[in-house]
Each structure stands twice: as structure tokens, then as C-alpha cells.
Design a protein around this ligand. Structure first.
Ligand SMILES: Nc1ncnc2c1ncn2[C@@H]1O[C@H](COP(=O)(O)OP(=O)(O)OP(=O)(O)O)[C@@H](O)[C@H]1O
Length: 312
């Protein structure tokens, strides 16, 4: 975990102010067992670190189904934020809102504000290609391209016109080959894969093990120089050894990048994250605080029941 400076302050405020989205304040957490109590009290979670992402009054609907219910939260930069909660509570939906991947789902409708840096990404003129460069994503199942290890990493920078190598480079005289070599090595080192694949750069990525493929997907994500990396259960398809490598990697990445990770594995959230957001049924954010607090002394009885395995 990175060294985070945060303060939690218990406050009582009128219901109308819940999740009002003051970006300086962070989000609410609640200890409520009923909607009435939920409206009456919450914990402000203030970050001294700058927010990489500020979410205000976010709702998501799939047709008539309300999947995310009025969530406001700040995600501090260069740290690991874990999203946990039972199946179907909206974790992946929320994650996909952070780089507008829900746009790809016809029935999805998103309301509210998501600021990445200073930009509200739900305003009309957002360039989605640039956004997904800044906010990369790693999925549950490793999904490398059926291309060489090298091409997996160079693909994004080539596509964005940052590298003239490969076919285009050959036509132009291969000017950027050395830069590409350096990029490939840097990204593979950053994703703790270099030692294992440095002599296999031209082999098809589909020949790597599942854990290696997932680290390659992380390397591919790093190649376009993101600020934020979203991970949706990145280790759930992997064995314990590969999982441990991914966990170590996530903690290292948080020294340079903002990482938001959905996980079903509460021990994993406790091990790797700086702050944890607990979603419960109905797409509500029930509590959001420093990870130690969530696992050792949560405000909400429902969260305590969940993290101690009494339900979910
Ligand atoms: N593409 C979709 N179309 C319609 N409804 C969807 C879609 N994706 C998710 N939902 C619904 O939205 C709700 C939240 O789903 P989501 O996958 O975000 O939850 P989750 O907490 O990530 O679940 P899990 O842990 O099982 O992956 C669920 O009721 C789900 O059925």
C-alpha cells in the first residue's frame, strides 16, 4: 500500500447534502441499516492527496434497472482503491463509468459527473480514444492480441501515431525502432515480465501462461502512458502464484499510477489497497474509507457482516 494521508470525520448533516459532490470533500459513507438512517448520517472521507477522479451524483440505468444509485466519491491519485461487494451490486458497472466503457452497452444510461483530472468525461466533446489512453483497463480474463509479445505492447503507440515501426516504420525507414525497443523493455519490466519473456518477444502472446498473459495486458496498458489503470478482477482467473505476482505488481504500479481494482477477494482488497469502497445491493456505495478501517472497524453493521463473511 502506498503512504496515504487521509482523515475520516464523523459528521451529521441534512439528507439533502448526501453525495452533493463537493469535490474537495470526497464521498460519504454510511452506517445506516435503513434508508431513513442512511439519510441521517455518514462519514466524510477527506483526502489530503489530490484526486485523480471525482465522481458526483452518479446513476446508471440498464433500461429500467437502476444499477448505480447516486454515488459520489473521490479516488486519490497514486494509490490503490478497491471496490468490493456481493455479486450484482454494481462494481463493474461503476468501474466502466470511469472510462466510459458503458457507452458500448446500448441499454446503459449514465447520469452524473465523472471528472478525470479537470475534465468531466461525460461532457459532449470528450475524445474517447484519448480518454481510454489516460484511463486504461485490464479485464478479468487475459485478452492479449493474437500477435507477438512485442506487437501487443507496440500496438497502442503505433495506432496513436507515437511510434513509426512495424509495417509503417519499414515503409518510413524504421526510424523509431530503438524507441520501440526501449518502450517494450520498460513496459515489460514495469509489469514484472521482462525476465520471463525477453527472449520471446517475437513469439505469439497466446503461448504465454495465463498469469504472463495478464501481466502482458498490464504492460500493454502502460505502453500508452495512462494516468489511471482500471482492473476488473484481474487475478480471478489465475492460480495463487500468478495471483501473488499480480498483487505485488498492483502495489508497485500505485507508486506511479492511480489503480482502481474490483475484486471479490476480500483478503486481496485488504492486502493491496489503500482505500476500499463497499457496494451493497442496489448499486449503493455503503461505506468508503481507509482499507484498515473498513476491515477492522467499519461504521456500518452491514459492511461488518459482509467483510466478516456473514453474508454475501
Ligand atoms: N450489459 C448489461 N445489461 C443489462 N444489465 C446489466 C449489464 N451489466 C450489468 N447489468 C446489471 O447491473 C447490475 C450490476 O451488475 P455489475 O456487473 O455491475 O455488478 P458486479 O457487482 O460487478 O457483479 P459481479 O461481482 O457478479 O461481477 C446487475 O443487476 C446486472 O445484472
Amino acid at each position: 500500500m502506498s503512504d496515504q494521508s487521509t482523515t475520516s470525520t464523523r459528521v451529521e448533516q441534512p439528507a439533502d447534502d448526501v453525495g452533493s459532490g463537493d469535490p474537495a470533500v470526497g464521498t460519504h459513507t454510511v452506517d445506516a441499516e435503513t434508508d431513513e438512517q442512511l439519510d441521517e448520517s455518514w462519514v466524510e472521507y477527506e483526502f489530503e492527496d489530490d484526486a485523480a477522479i471525482s465522481v458526483s451524483d452518479l446513476d446508471v440505468y440498464y433500461g429500467d434497472d437502476h444499477a448505480i444509485d447516486d454515488i459520489s466519491m473521490e479516488i486519490p491519485e497514486k494509490s490503490v482503491t478497491a471496490l468490493i461487494g456481493p455479486s450484482g451490486c454494481g462494481k463493474s458497472t461503476f468501474l466502466r463509468c470511469l472510462n466510459r466503457m458503458n457507452d458500448r452497452i446500448d441499454s446503459a444510461r449514465v447520469e452524473g459527473t465523472v471528472e478525470v483530472g479537470d475534465e468531466n468525461i461525460y461532457e459532449g466533446d470528450t475524445d474517447l480514444v484519448q480518454l481510454r489512453k489516460r484511463v486504461g483497463m485490464v479485464f478479468q480474463s487475459p485478452n492479449p492480441f493474437p500477435k507477438s509479445v512485442r506487437d501487443n505492447i507496440a500496438y497502442g503507440p503505433r495506432k496513436h501515431g507515437d511510434l513509426n515501426t512495424g509495417l509503417l516504420g519499414r515503409l518510413l525507414g524504421n526510424d523509431d525502432q530503438q524507441r520501440e525497443d526501449e518502450l517494450v523493455e520498460r513496459c515489460l519490466r514495469q509489469s514484472a515480465l521482462w525476465e520471463e519473456v525477453s527472449d520471446r518477444l517475437d513469439d505469439n502472446a497466446l503461448g504465454l501462461s495465463g498469469g504472463q498473459q495478464q501481466r502482458l495486458c498490464i504492460a500493454r496498458c502502460l505502453a500508452v502512458d495512462p494516468d489511471v489503470i482500471l482492473m476488473d478482477e484481474p487475478a480471478s482467473a489465475l492460480d495463487p502464484v500468478a495471483t501473488a505476482k499480480i498483487e505485488d505488481l498492483i502495489e508497485e504500479l500505485a507508486e506511479e499510477y492511480t489503480v482502481v481494482v474490483v475484486t471479490h477477494n476480500m483478503q486481496q482488497a485488504a492486502r493491496i489497497s489503500d482505500q476500499t469502497a463497499v457496494f451493497l445491493t442496489g448499486g449503493q456505495l455503503v461505506e468508503y474509507d481507509q482499507t484498515d478501517k473498513i476491515f477492522e472497524n467499519p461504521e456500518s453493521d452491514r459492511v461488518e457482516d459482509y467483510v466478516t463473511g456473514k453474508f454475501g
